[in-house]
Design a protein around this ligand. Structure first.
Ligand SMILES: NC(=O)c1ccc[n+]([C@@H]2O[C@H](COP(=O)([O-])OP(=O)(O)OC[C@H]3O[C@@H](n4cnc5c(N)ncnc54)[C@H](O)[C@@H]3O)[C@@H](O)[C@H]2O)c1
Length: 505
Protein backbone atom coordinates (compact mmCIF):
# COMPACT_ATOMS: atom_id res chain seq x y z
CA UNK A 1 0.00 0.00 0.00
CA UNK A 2 2.62 2.53 -1.01
CA UNK A 3 1.01 5.80 -2.07
CA UNK A 4 2.38 7.97 -4.85
CA UNK A 5 3.05 10.69 -2.27
CA UNK A 6 5.34 8.59 -0.06
CA UNK A 7 7.44 11.22 1.67
CA UNK A 8 9.88 8.83 3.24
CA UNK A 9 12.50 9.33 0.58
CA UNK A 10 12.11 13.11 0.42
CA UNK A 11 12.66 14.18 4.01
CA UNK A 12 14.39 17.55 3.67
CA UNK A 13 16.11 19.66 6.31
CA UNK A 14 13.60 21.49 8.53
CA UNK A 15 13.44 25.28 8.25
CA UNK A 16 15.60 27.39 10.56
CA UNK A 17 12.83 29.68 11.76
CA UNK A 18 9.08 30.08 11.26
CA UNK A 19 6.73 32.95 12.07
CA UNK A 20 3.31 32.10 13.50
CA UNK A 21 0.26 34.37 13.57
CA UNK A 22 -2.27 33.20 16.13
CA UNK A 23 -1.44 30.94 19.07
CA UNK A 24 -4.82 29.30 19.74
CA UNK A 25 -5.62 25.60 19.45
CA UNK A 26 -4.00 25.35 16.03
CA UNK A 27 -1.26 28.00 16.27
CA UNK A 28 0.03 26.59 19.59
CA UNK A 29 -0.03 23.10 18.04
CA UNK A 30 2.11 24.35 15.13
CA UNK A 31 4.47 26.02 17.61
CA UNK A 32 4.89 22.74 19.51
CA UNK A 33 5.55 20.71 16.34
CA UNK A 34 8.16 23.17 15.05
CA UNK A 35 9.90 23.73 18.41
CA UNK A 36 10.21 19.99 19.11
CA UNK A 37 11.74 19.54 15.65
CA UNK A 38 14.44 22.07 16.56
CA UNK A 39 12.94 24.99 14.61
CA UNK A 40 12.96 28.53 16.09
CA UNK A 41 9.44 29.98 16.41
CA UNK A 42 8.36 33.61 16.48
CA UNK A 43 4.77 33.93 17.61
CA UNK A 44 2.46 36.93 17.31
CA UNK A 45 -0.90 36.77 19.11
CA UNK A 46 -2.41 39.85 20.78
CA UNK A 47 -4.27 37.76 23.42
CA UNK A 48 -2.69 38.35 26.86
CA UNK A 49 -2.79 34.63 27.75
CA UNK A 50 -1.30 33.39 24.46
CA UNK A 51 2.08 32.54 26.06
CA UNK A 52 0.45 30.54 28.87
CA UNK A 53 -1.76 28.55 26.45
CA UNK A 54 1.26 27.79 24.34
CA UNK A 55 3.22 26.49 27.37
CA UNK A 56 0.32 24.15 28.19
CA UNK A 57 0.22 22.82 24.63
CA UNK A 58 4.01 22.45 24.62
CA UNK A 59 3.92 20.45 27.86
CA UNK A 60 1.40 18.04 26.27
CA UNK A 61 3.49 17.80 23.10
CA UNK A 62 6.75 17.11 24.98
CA UNK A 63 5.00 14.36 26.91
CA UNK A 64 3.57 12.85 23.70
CA UNK A 65 6.91 12.92 21.82
CA UNK A 66 8.73 11.24 24.71
CA UNK A 67 6.28 8.34 24.39
CA UNK A 68 6.17 8.44 20.58
CA UNK A 69 9.80 7.75 19.73
CA UNK A 70 13.05 6.47 21.15
CA UNK A 71 14.92 8.36 18.42
CA UNK A 72 16.92 11.22 19.94
CA UNK A 73 15.16 14.51 19.28
CA UNK A 74 17.11 17.64 18.34
CA UNK A 75 17.56 20.43 20.88
CA UNK A 76 14.28 22.36 21.02
CA UNK A 77 13.99 25.47 18.88
CA UNK A 78 13.88 28.90 20.54
CA UNK A 79 10.45 30.43 21.18
CA UNK A 80 10.08 34.20 20.95
CA UNK A 81 6.69 35.79 21.63
CA UNK A 82 6.70 39.11 19.75
CA UNK A 83 4.32 42.08 20.00
CA UNK A 84 3.95 42.93 16.31
CA UNK A 85 3.17 40.98 13.16
CA UNK A 86 6.25 42.41 11.41
CA UNK A 87 8.58 41.03 14.09
CA UNK A 88 7.12 37.53 13.66
CA UNK A 89 7.56 37.31 9.91
CA UNK A 90 10.87 39.04 9.12
CA UNK A 91 13.65 36.65 8.08
CA UNK A 92 11.73 33.38 8.49
CA UNK A 93 11.39 30.53 5.97
CA UNK A 94 7.66 29.99 6.54
CA UNK A 95 4.82 32.07 7.95
CA UNK A 96 1.85 30.04 9.18
CA UNK A 97 -1.34 32.03 9.82
CA UNK A 98 -3.78 30.44 12.31
CA UNK A 99 -6.08 33.32 13.27
CA UNK A 100 -9.89 33.14 13.62
CA UNK A 101 -11.80 31.87 10.58
CA UNK A 102 -12.93 35.27 9.22
CA UNK A 103 -12.18 36.10 5.61
CA UNK A 104 -11.70 39.87 5.97
CA UNK A 105 -9.38 39.41 9.00
CA UNK A 106 -7.24 36.82 7.23
CA UNK A 107 -7.11 38.89 4.02
CA UNK A 108 -5.92 41.94 5.97
CA UNK A 109 -3.31 40.00 7.95
CA UNK A 110 -1.98 38.08 4.94
CA UNK A 111 -1.65 41.32 2.97
CA UNK A 112 0.36 42.82 5.85
CA UNK A 113 2.52 39.65 6.04
CA UNK A 114 3.24 39.82 2.32
CA UNK A 115 4.59 43.36 2.71
CA UNK A 116 6.69 42.58 5.82
CA UNK A 117 8.13 39.14 4.99
CA UNK A 118 11.14 38.56 2.73
CA UNK A 119 10.48 37.66 -0.92
CA UNK A 120 11.58 34.03 -0.37
CA UNK A 121 9.23 33.42 2.56
CA UNK A 122 6.41 30.92 1.98
CA UNK A 123 3.13 32.12 3.47
CA UNK A 124 0.53 29.52 4.50
CA UNK A 125 -2.90 29.70 6.09
CA UNK A 126 -4.37 27.04 8.39
CA UNK A 127 -7.91 27.88 7.25
CA UNK A 128 -10.33 24.97 7.50
CA UNK A 129 -12.34 25.94 4.47
CA UNK A 130 -11.66 29.39 2.98
CA UNK A 131 -10.38 29.34 -0.58
CA UNK A 132 -6.76 30.40 -1.12
CA UNK A 133 -7.77 32.52 -4.15
CA UNK A 134 -9.82 34.70 -1.80
CA UNK A 135 -7.08 34.80 0.84
CA UNK A 136 -4.39 36.00 -1.58
CA UNK A 137 -6.57 38.78 -3.08
CA UNK A 138 -4.79 41.74 -1.40
CA UNK A 139 -1.26 40.33 -1.13
CA UNK A 140 1.89 41.52 -2.82
CA UNK A 141 3.59 38.49 -4.46
CA UNK A 142 0.43 36.39 -3.99
CA UNK A 143 2.21 33.49 -5.68
CA UNK A 144 3.79 32.73 -2.26
CA UNK A 145 0.43 31.92 -0.61
CA UNK A 146 -0.86 28.38 -0.01
CA UNK A 147 -3.29 26.78 2.37
CA UNK A 148 -1.64 24.35 4.82
CA UNK A 149 -4.65 22.88 6.61
CA UNK A 150 -3.62 20.81 9.67
CA UNK A 151 -5.56 18.72 12.20
CA UNK A 152 -5.76 19.00 15.97
CA UNK A 153 -3.45 18.09 17.75
CA UNK A 154 -1.09 19.51 15.13
CA UNK A 155 2.01 18.17 16.92
CA UNK A 156 0.80 14.54 16.58
CA UNK A 157 -1.50 14.20 13.56
CA UNK A 158 0.60 14.06 10.39
CA UNK A 159 -1.97 15.20 7.81
CA UNK A 160 -1.69 18.67 6.31
CA UNK A 161 -3.77 19.48 3.22
CA UNK A 162 -1.88 21.74 0.83
CA UNK A 163 -3.92 23.78 -1.66
CA UNK A 164 -3.01 26.65 -3.94
CA UNK A 165 -5.16 29.49 -5.28
CA UNK A 166 -5.43 30.93 -8.78
CA UNK A 167 -2.24 32.97 -8.28
CA UNK A 168 -0.16 30.41 -6.33
CA UNK A 169 3.11 29.33 -7.97
CA UNK A 170 3.65 25.54 -8.25
CA UNK A 171 7.04 25.96 -6.48
CA UNK A 172 5.24 27.40 -3.47
CA UNK A 173 3.24 24.19 -3.12
CA UNK A 174 6.38 22.06 -3.56
CA UNK A 175 8.31 24.06 -0.97
CA UNK A 176 5.43 24.08 1.52
CA UNK A 177 5.10 20.30 1.21
CA UNK A 178 8.84 19.80 1.71
CA UNK A 179 8.83 22.05 4.79
CA UNK A 180 5.90 20.19 6.34
CA UNK A 181 7.41 16.78 5.54
CA UNK A 182 10.66 17.83 7.22
CA UNK A 183 8.83 18.12 10.55
CA UNK A 184 7.17 14.72 10.28
CA UNK A 185 3.94 15.57 8.44
CA UNK A 186 2.13 13.94 5.54
CA UNK A 187 1.27 16.68 3.01
CA UNK A 188 -1.77 15.88 0.88
CA UNK A 189 -2.01 18.03 -2.26
CA UNK A 190 -5.58 19.23 -2.84
CA UNK A 191 -5.42 19.57 -6.62
CA UNK A 192 -8.74 21.34 -7.10
CA UNK A 193 -9.54 24.43 -5.08
CA UNK A 194 -12.84 23.71 -3.29
CA UNK A 195 -14.52 24.96 -0.11
CA UNK A 196 -13.57 22.73 2.82
CA UNK A 197 -10.83 20.90 0.87
CA UNK A 198 -10.99 17.09 1.07
CA UNK A 199 -10.97 16.19 4.76
CA UNK A 200 -13.46 18.78 6.01
CA UNK A 201 -15.88 17.86 3.21
CA UNK A 202 -15.90 14.34 4.62
CA UNK A 203 -15.90 15.39 8.26
CA UNK A 204 -18.73 17.85 7.73
CA UNK A 205 -20.94 15.19 6.13
CA UNK A 206 -20.41 12.93 9.15
CA UNK A 207 -20.87 15.84 11.57
CA UNK A 208 -24.15 16.86 9.95
CA UNK A 209 -25.53 13.32 10.25
CA UNK A 210 -24.33 13.09 13.85
CA UNK A 211 -26.13 16.34 14.74
CA UNK A 212 -29.35 15.10 13.12
CA UNK A 213 -29.25 11.83 15.05
CA UNK A 214 -28.95 13.73 18.35
CA UNK A 215 -31.42 16.43 17.27
CA UNK A 216 -34.08 13.80 16.41
CA UNK A 217 -33.41 11.90 19.66
CA UNK A 218 -32.40 8.83 17.70
CA UNK A 219 -29.16 8.65 19.68
CA UNK A 220 -27.25 10.49 22.40
CA UNK A 221 -23.85 12.05 21.70
CA UNK A 222 -22.25 9.08 23.44
CA UNK A 223 -24.14 6.54 21.32
CA UNK A 224 -23.06 8.37 18.15
CA UNK A 225 -19.45 8.32 19.35
CA UNK A 226 -19.72 4.60 20.19
CA UNK A 227 -21.01 3.92 16.69
CA UNK A 228 -17.75 5.38 15.38
CA UNK A 229 -15.09 4.35 17.87
CA UNK A 230 -16.04 0.66 18.22
CA UNK A 231 -16.32 0.10 14.49
CA UNK A 232 -15.49 2.13 11.43
CA UNK A 233 -13.28 4.56 13.39
CA UNK A 234 -10.83 1.75 14.12
CA UNK A 235 -10.61 0.89 10.43
CA UNK A 236 -10.28 4.43 9.14
CA UNK A 237 -6.79 5.01 10.57
CA UNK A 238 -5.53 2.02 8.63
CA UNK A 239 -7.47 1.87 5.39
CA UNK A 240 -9.58 4.99 4.98
CA UNK A 241 -12.94 4.38 3.34
CA UNK A 242 -12.26 3.14 -0.20
CA UNK A 243 -9.75 0.44 0.71
CA UNK A 244 -12.09 -0.70 3.48
CA UNK A 245 -14.91 -1.21 0.98
CA UNK A 246 -12.56 -2.83 -1.53
CA UNK A 247 -11.94 -5.52 1.08
CA UNK A 248 -15.66 -5.74 1.84
CA UNK A 249 -16.25 -6.52 -1.83
CA UNK A 250 -14.25 -9.74 -1.37
CA UNK A 251 -12.61 -11.48 -4.35
CA UNK A 252 -15.05 -9.80 -6.75
CA UNK A 253 -13.83 -6.37 -5.69
CA UNK A 254 -15.38 -2.95 -5.53
CA UNK A 255 -17.86 -3.60 -8.34
CA UNK A 256 -19.46 -6.39 -6.32
CA UNK A 257 -19.62 -4.16 -3.23
CA UNK A 258 -21.33 -1.40 -5.23
CA UNK A 259 -23.85 -3.84 -6.69
CA UNK A 260 -24.76 -4.90 -3.16
CA UNK A 261 -24.86 -1.53 -1.40
CA UNK A 262 -25.18 0.93 -4.28
CA UNK A 263 -29.02 0.90 -4.32
CA UNK A 264 -29.14 2.08 -0.67
CA UNK A 265 -27.37 5.29 -1.77
CA UNK A 266 -30.42 6.38 -3.72
CA UNK A 267 -32.84 5.55 -0.87
CA UNK A 268 -31.21 7.67 0.73
CA UNK A 269 -30.54 6.99 4.42
CA UNK A 270 -28.85 10.30 5.06
CA UNK A 271 -30.08 13.85 5.55
CA UNK A 272 -27.71 15.00 2.79
CA UNK A 273 -27.28 18.78 2.95
CA UNK A 274 -30.03 19.64 5.43
CA UNK A 275 -28.73 21.10 8.69
CA UNK A 276 -30.64 20.97 11.99
CA UNK A 277 -31.51 24.43 13.24
CA UNK A 278 -29.10 25.35 16.04
CA UNK A 279 -31.86 26.50 18.44
CA UNK A 280 -31.02 27.31 22.10
CA UNK A 281 -32.71 24.10 23.26
CA UNK A 282 -30.73 21.95 20.78
CA UNK A 283 -27.48 23.60 21.86
CA UNK A 284 -28.45 23.02 25.54
CA UNK A 285 -28.99 19.35 24.78
CA UNK A 286 -25.60 19.04 23.02
CA UNK A 287 -23.87 20.84 25.88
CA UNK A 288 -25.44 18.76 28.61
CA UNK A 289 -24.86 15.42 26.92
CA UNK A 290 -21.27 16.25 25.98
CA UNK A 291 -20.41 17.34 29.52
CA UNK A 292 -22.01 14.18 30.92
CA UNK A 293 -20.05 12.08 28.44
CA UNK A 294 -16.75 13.62 29.62
CA UNK A 295 -17.57 11.96 32.96
CA UNK A 296 -15.74 14.47 35.14
CA UNK A 297 -12.49 14.45 33.13
CA UNK A 298 -11.02 17.90 32.51
CA UNK A 299 -10.14 19.03 28.98
CA UNK A 300 -6.47 18.58 29.87
CA UNK A 301 -7.07 15.00 31.02
CA UNK A 302 -9.05 14.23 27.87
CA UNK A 303 -6.26 15.72 25.73
CA UNK A 304 -3.64 13.52 27.40
CA UNK A 305 -5.83 10.42 27.03
CA UNK A 306 -6.33 11.28 23.35
CA UNK A 307 -2.58 11.83 22.86
CA UNK A 308 -1.57 8.58 24.60
CA UNK A 309 -3.97 6.60 22.41
CA UNK A 310 -2.84 8.40 19.26
CA UNK A 311 0.76 7.51 20.12
CA UNK A 312 -0.24 3.86 20.57
CA UNK A 313 -2.04 3.83 17.21
CA UNK A 314 0.85 5.52 15.40
CA UNK A 315 3.30 3.04 16.88
CA UNK A 316 1.06 0.11 15.89
CA UNK A 317 0.85 1.43 12.34
CA UNK A 318 4.64 1.89 12.28
CA UNK A 319 5.11 -1.76 13.26
CA UNK A 320 3.05 -2.71 10.20
CA UNK A 321 4.74 -0.11 7.97
CA UNK A 322 1.49 1.41 6.79
CA UNK A 323 -0.43 4.73 6.60
CA UNK A 324 0.67 7.31 9.20
CA UNK A 325 3.00 4.72 10.81
CA UNK A 326 5.11 5.03 7.69
CA UNK A 327 5.18 8.81 8.12
CA UNK A 328 6.40 8.30 11.68
CA UNK A 329 9.17 5.95 10.50
CA UNK A 330 10.22 8.45 7.81
CA UNK A 331 10.38 11.23 10.39
CA UNK A 332 12.58 9.08 12.64
CA UNK A 333 14.91 8.36 9.71
CA UNK A 334 15.14 12.11 9.09
CA UNK A 335 15.98 12.77 12.75
CA UNK A 336 18.72 10.14 12.68
CA UNK A 337 20.17 11.56 9.47
CA UNK A 338 20.35 14.98 11.14
CA UNK A 339 22.09 13.60 14.24
CA UNK A 340 24.56 11.64 12.10
CA UNK A 341 25.13 14.63 9.82
CA UNK A 342 26.03 16.87 12.77
CA UNK A 343 28.44 14.35 14.20
CA UNK A 344 30.28 13.56 10.97
CA UNK A 345 33.92 14.68 10.98
CA UNK A 346 35.19 16.87 8.18
CA UNK A 347 37.73 14.35 6.88
CA UNK A 348 35.62 11.28 7.66
CA UNK A 349 38.24 9.93 10.13
CA UNK A 350 38.27 12.24 13.16
CA UNK A 351 41.20 11.81 15.49
CA UNK A 352 39.09 12.14 18.67
CA UNK A 353 36.16 10.09 19.97
CA UNK A 354 32.96 10.48 17.94
CA UNK A 355 30.09 12.42 19.46
CA UNK A 356 27.13 10.30 18.35
CA UNK A 357 24.24 11.12 20.67
CA UNK A 358 23.04 14.33 22.28
CA UNK A 359 19.83 14.55 24.25
CA UNK A 360 17.98 15.94 27.24
CA UNK A 361 17.07 13.60 30.09
CA UNK A 362 13.25 13.39 30.17
CA UNK A 363 11.41 13.26 33.52
CA UNK A 364 9.91 9.82 32.72
CA UNK A 365 13.41 8.32 32.99
CA UNK A 366 13.71 9.13 36.69
CA UNK A 367 13.27 6.18 39.07
CA UNK A 368 12.23 5.96 42.73
CA UNK A 369 15.75 7.03 43.80
CA UNK A 370 15.33 10.37 42.03
CA UNK A 371 17.81 9.69 39.24
CA UNK A 372 17.91 8.04 35.82
CA UNK A 373 16.81 4.38 35.68
CA UNK A 374 19.66 2.08 34.66
CA UNK A 375 17.86 0.76 31.56
CA UNK A 376 18.03 4.26 30.08
CA UNK A 377 21.84 4.22 30.11
CA UNK A 378 21.77 1.10 27.96
CA UNK A 379 19.25 2.83 25.69
CA UNK A 380 21.58 5.83 25.19
CA UNK A 381 24.61 3.60 24.61
CA UNK A 382 22.54 1.49 22.22
CA UNK A 383 21.61 4.66 20.32
CA UNK A 384 25.33 5.53 20.11
CA UNK A 385 26.17 2.06 18.78
CA UNK A 386 23.42 2.34 16.15
CA UNK A 387 24.69 5.78 15.13
CA UNK A 388 28.28 4.45 14.90
CA UNK A 389 27.15 1.59 12.67
CA UNK A 390 25.18 3.89 10.37
CA UNK A 391 28.24 6.09 10.12
CA UNK A 392 30.34 3.10 9.13
CA UNK A 393 27.88 2.22 6.36
CA UNK A 394 25.66 -0.34 8.10
CA UNK A 395 22.56 1.24 6.61
CA UNK A 396 19.18 -0.16 5.56
CA UNK A 397 20.61 -1.51 2.29
CA UNK A 398 23.48 -3.28 4.08
CA UNK A 399 21.07 -4.87 6.58
CA UNK A 400 18.59 -5.77 3.82
CA UNK A 401 21.51 -7.50 2.06
CA UNK A 402 21.72 -9.92 4.99
CA UNK A 403 24.56 -8.42 7.04
CA UNK A 404 24.80 -6.52 10.28
CA UNK A 405 26.62 -6.24 13.59
CA UNK A 406 25.05 -7.71 16.75
CA UNK A 407 26.10 -6.67 20.27
CA UNK A 408 27.20 -9.76 22.19
CA UNK A 409 28.57 -8.27 25.42
CA UNK A 410 28.16 -5.02 27.36
CA UNK A 411 29.81 -3.80 30.55
CA UNK A 412 28.15 -0.71 32.06
CA UNK A 413 29.77 1.47 34.72
CA UNK A 414 27.72 4.06 36.62
CA UNK A 415 30.01 6.80 37.93
CA UNK A 416 27.74 9.79 38.68
CA UNK A 417 24.00 10.46 38.95
CA UNK A 418 21.88 12.19 36.33
CA UNK A 419 18.63 14.06 36.92
CA UNK A 420 15.77 15.19 34.69
CA UNK A 421 16.40 18.08 32.31
CA UNK A 422 20.20 17.65 32.09
CA UNK A 423 21.66 17.64 28.58
CA UNK A 424 24.10 14.83 27.86
CA UNK A 425 26.13 13.37 25.01
CA UNK A 426 27.82 10.06 24.23
CA UNK A 427 31.44 9.98 23.00
CA UNK A 428 32.51 6.79 21.27
CA UNK A 429 35.95 5.33 20.68
CA UNK A 430 36.90 2.20 18.74
CA UNK A 431 39.32 0.12 20.86
CA UNK A 432 39.99 -2.72 18.46
CA UNK A 433 38.64 -4.61 15.46
CA UNK A 434 39.17 -7.51 13.13
CA UNK A 435 37.11 -8.89 10.26
CA UNK A 436 34.42 -10.28 12.59
CA UNK A 437 34.68 -8.20 15.77
CA UNK A 438 34.34 -4.58 16.75
CA UNK A 439 35.34 -3.53 20.27
CA UNK A 440 33.97 -0.10 21.28
CA UNK A 441 33.91 2.14 24.32
CA UNK A 442 31.23 4.75 25.03
CA UNK A 443 31.45 7.62 27.56
CA UNK A 444 28.30 9.47 28.60
CA UNK A 445 29.12 13.01 29.78
CA UNK A 446 27.18 16.18 30.51
CA UNK A 447 27.07 18.29 27.37
CA UNK A 448 29.94 20.68 28.20
CA UNK A 449 31.96 18.40 30.44
CA UNK A 450 34.48 15.62 29.87
CA UNK A 451 34.03 13.69 33.14
CA UNK A 452 32.14 10.46 32.40
CA UNK A 453 28.79 10.02 34.11
CA UNK A 454 28.59 6.44 32.87
CA UNK A 455 30.52 4.27 30.45
CA UNK A 456 29.83 1.18 28.36
CA UNK A 457 32.29 -1.21 26.82
CA UNK A 458 30.82 -3.39 24.10
CA UNK A 459 31.82 -6.24 21.82
CA UNK A 460 29.98 -6.43 18.51
CA UNK A 461 30.10 -9.40 16.15
CA UNK A 462 29.59 -9.07 12.42
CA UNK A 463 26.90 -11.54 11.30
CA UNK A 464 25.31 -13.09 8.26
CA UNK A 465 21.73 -12.50 9.40
CA UNK A 466 20.05 -15.19 7.30
CA UNK A 467 22.48 -17.88 8.47
CA UNK A 468 22.40 -16.36 12.01
CA UNK A 469 26.13 -16.80 12.46
CA UNK A 470 29.31 -14.74 12.55
CA UNK A 471 30.67 -13.78 9.15
CA UNK A 472 33.45 -11.52 7.81
CA UNK A 473 32.55 -7.86 7.38
CA UNK A 474 31.70 -6.70 3.84
CA UNK A 475 33.07 -3.73 1.96
CA UNK A 476 32.96 -0.78 2.16
CA UNK A 477 32.11 -1.22 5.84
CA UNK A 478 35.29 -3.21 6.59
CA UNK A 479 37.59 -0.51 5.23
CA UNK A 480 35.78 2.18 7.19
CA UNK A 481 35.99 0.19 10.42
CA UNK A 482 39.71 -0.29 9.83
CA UNK A 483 40.28 3.40 9.11
CA UNK A 484 38.39 4.52 12.19
CA UNK A 485 40.23 2.04 14.42
CA UNK A 486 43.56 3.29 13.01
CA UNK A 487 42.53 6.90 13.69
CA UNK A 488 41.56 6.01 17.27
CA UNK A 489 44.65 3.87 17.96
CA UNK A 490 46.58 6.87 19.29
CA UNK A 491 43.88 7.83 21.81
CA UNK A 492 44.60 7.04 25.45
CA UNK A 493 42.89 3.87 26.73
CA UNK A 494 39.78 4.85 28.76
CA UNK A 495 40.14 4.30 32.52
CA UNK A 496 37.16 1.93 32.69
CA UNK A 497 38.17 -0.18 29.69
CA UNK A 498 38.88 -3.84 30.35
CA UNK A 499 37.66 -3.77 33.95
CA UNK A 500 36.02 -6.85 35.35
CA UNK A 501 33.35 -6.91 38.02
CA UNK A 502 34.61 -8.22 41.34
CA UNK A 503 35.79 -7.27 44.82
CA UNK A 504 39.09 -5.46 44.87
CA UNK A 505 41.38 -6.18 47.79
N1 LIG B 1 -9.68 24.07 15.75
C1 LIG B 1 -9.50 23.17 14.79
O1 LIG B 1 -9.73 21.96 14.99
C2 LIG B 1 -8.94 23.60 13.44
C3 LIG B 1 -8.39 22.60 12.61
C4 LIG B 1 -7.78 22.98 11.42
C5 LIG B 1 -7.74 24.32 11.05
N2 LIG B 1 -8.29 25.28 11.87
C6 LIG B 1 -8.19 26.67 11.43
O2 LIG B 1 -7.12 27.29 12.17
C7 LIG B 1 -7.41 28.67 12.37
C8 LIG B 1 -7.35 28.97 13.86
O3 LIG B 1 -8.29 28.16 14.53
P1 LIG B 1 -8.16 27.88 16.11
O4 LIG B 1 -9.08 26.74 16.38
O5 LIG B 1 -6.73 27.80 16.52
O6 LIG B 1 -8.78 29.21 16.71
P2 LIG B 1 -8.56 29.86 18.16
O7 LIG B 1 -9.69 30.74 18.40
O8 LIG B 1 -8.25 28.76 19.16
O9 LIG B 1 -7.23 30.71 17.99
C9 LIG B 1 -7.15 31.88 17.22
C10 LIG B 1 -6.05 32.73 17.81
O10 LIG B 1 -5.81 33.83 16.95
C11 LIG B 1 -5.52 34.96 17.77
N3 LIG B 1 -5.74 36.19 17.02
C12 LIG B 1 -6.87 36.90 16.87
N4 LIG B 1 -6.63 37.99 16.10
C13 LIG B 1 -5.32 37.96 15.76
C14 LIG B 1 -4.46 38.81 15.01
N5 LIG B 1 -4.92 39.92 14.43
N6 LIG B 1 -3.16 38.47 14.87
C15 LIG B 1 -2.67 37.35 15.45
N7 LIG B 1 -3.44 36.51 16.21
C16 LIG B 1 -4.74 36.81 16.34
C17 LIG B 1 -6.46 34.79 18.97
O11 LIG B 1 -6.02 35.54 20.09
C18 LIG B 1 -6.38 33.29 19.20
O12 LIG B 1 -5.37 32.94 20.12
C19 LIG B 1 -8.78 28.91 11.74
O13 LIG B 1 -8.60 29.39 10.45
C20 LIG B 1 -9.40 27.52 11.71
O14 LIG B 1 -10.34 27.36 10.68
C21 LIG B 1 -8.86 24.93 13.06
Amino acid sequence: MRSASDWRSVVAEPPTAVGLLGGGVIGAGWAARFLLNGVDVRLYDPAPDAGRRLEEMLANARRAYRRLTLTPLPAEGRLTVVDALEAAVAGVDLVQESTPERLELKQRLLAAVSRAAGPETIICSSTSGLRPSQLQADMTQPERLAVGHPFNPVYLLPLVEVCGGAQTAPETLDRAEALYASVGMHPLRVRTEIDGFIADRLLEALWREALWLVHDDVATVEEVDDAIRYGAGLRWAIMGTFLTYRIAGGQSGMRHFMEQFGPALSAPWTKLVDVPELTPSFLDKLDAQSDAQADGLSVGELERLRDDCLVAILQGLRTHDTASGRTLAGWEQGLLARVDGTSAGSDGQPAGPLELVRREVPPEWIDYNGHVHESRYLQMFGDATDALLRRLGVDQAYVAGGHSYYTVETHLSHLQQLTAGERVRVLTQVLDQDERRLHVFHSLTREHDHEPVATAEQMLIHVDTSAARAAPVREPVGARVGALAAAHAALPAPRQAGRRIGLRS
